[in-house]
Design a protein. Structure first.
Length: 317
């Protein structure tokens, strides 16, 4: 008998964790493109593929962070009711600089700006505004070096939780200054953050599909704040294209993956977007062995500075 997988069946979080119950007459939510991808909810993958022993063991360590992340998801949904709708749609350089300094004081590594392509909103989901501030938070190098382990697993979920806290605080910062905002946390996000972060100029996806950034390589967690501010410094170009050429000479993540989950040649999905890994193969080690994370751990960009790799690569090319 075919096994019923919750992560295949359940594509949406419970309604109270989405913006729909909190919408007001003035809200005009933006729907996904008809060909948009369906989401994959990480907690359900762990339930589907993790053994009972692994689930019990892992929940001891990450339960508080996972429930905290869900709490932030709930806050991001219900707090859209606090949007002031004051009509303010431009931000002055000083306020933007204060916002960036505030986000960095909370632990953000890098910030990018873009207009979200509705193809990247997950099928059946909505966001309130298309203009986006995109954030990265770094996963600690030393903890990821120990992957797969309890410390690296805790680090993965620490960043899921903390970036959720941060985007809610940044959304509050904007609302207090008269702007509308919708916080998009890492767990239960409404969009596929990697292509959005690429459009924001923050990095590019490597062979493992992870975003490779200048600040922290692939050791990042992503989140966003959507707003109707119109004069954000939207990214005009992405300087990270060379990383794709680097990947062709590297392939370390493919060799280190215990599940042969990473495609040697990136595939193209029916929607035209890329598929880097077979998620059903990755799900087993991810769920049973402390989040696996070997592809991130062994990526040269996790351990060597981005600029150093770039200079060396350019000299060899
Ligand atoms: S997390 Fe592990 S199993 Fe999944 S793609 Fe990375 S190395 Fe492979
Ligand atoms: S390990 Fe190598 S091939 Fe894989 S993403 Fe990193 S640089 Fe690219």
């Amino acid at each position: 008998m075919k096994r019923i997988l919750l992560s295949e069946k359940i594509k949406k979080a419970p309604p109270f964790l989405t913006i729909e119950p909190y919408l007001r007459a003035q809200d005009k939510p933006i729907a996904s493109h008809p060909e948009a991808r369906e989401p994959r909810l990480v907690p359900l993958v762990v339930i589907d593929y993790g053994s009972l022993a692994a689930r019990i063991r892992q929940m001891r360590y990450i339960g508080r962070l996972l429930f905290g992340a869900v709490g932030e998801m709930w806050k991001s949904a219900r707090s859209i009711r606090q949007n002031p709708y004051s009509g303010k749609k431009t931000i002055d350089p000083q306020t933007l600089a204060e916002l960036e300094a505030y986000a960095k004081s909370l632990g953000i590594a890098e910030i990018g700006y873009t207009v979200v392509n509705p193809r990247y909103i997950f099928r059946g989901f909505h966001i309130l505004f298309l203009n986006a501030l995109v954030f990265t938070i770094e996963m600690d190098r030393e903890k990821i070096r120990q992957a797969p382990s309890i410390p690296s697993f805790i680090e993965v979920f620490r960043t899921y939780y903390e970036v959720g806290v941060i985007v809610n605080k940044v959304a509050d910062f904007l609302r207090q200054r008269g702007y509308n905002a919708h916080a998009g946390p890492a767990v239960g996000g409404d969009v596929n953050y990697i292509p959005v972060a690429i459009d924001a100029g923050l990095g590019i996806s490597g062979k493992s599909g992870m975003l490779i950034t200048r600040h922290s390589g692939p050791r990042v967690r992503l989140a966003a704040v959507y707003t109707d501010i119109e004069n954000l410094p939207f990214s005009q170009e992405n300087p990270h294209g060379w990383v794709r050429d680097y990947c062709e000479t590297c392939n370390i993540c493919i060799q280190k993956c215990p599940a042969d989950a990473i495609y040697p040649v990136t595939r193209t999905l029916p929607d035209g977007g890329p598929a880097f890994i077979d998620h059903t193969k990755c799900a087993m080690p991810f769920s049973n062995d402390n989040g696996c994370t070997l592809c991130i751990k062994h990526c040269p960009f996790s351990v060597v500075e981005y600029d150093h790799l770039k200079t060396k690569f350019e000299m060899q090319s």
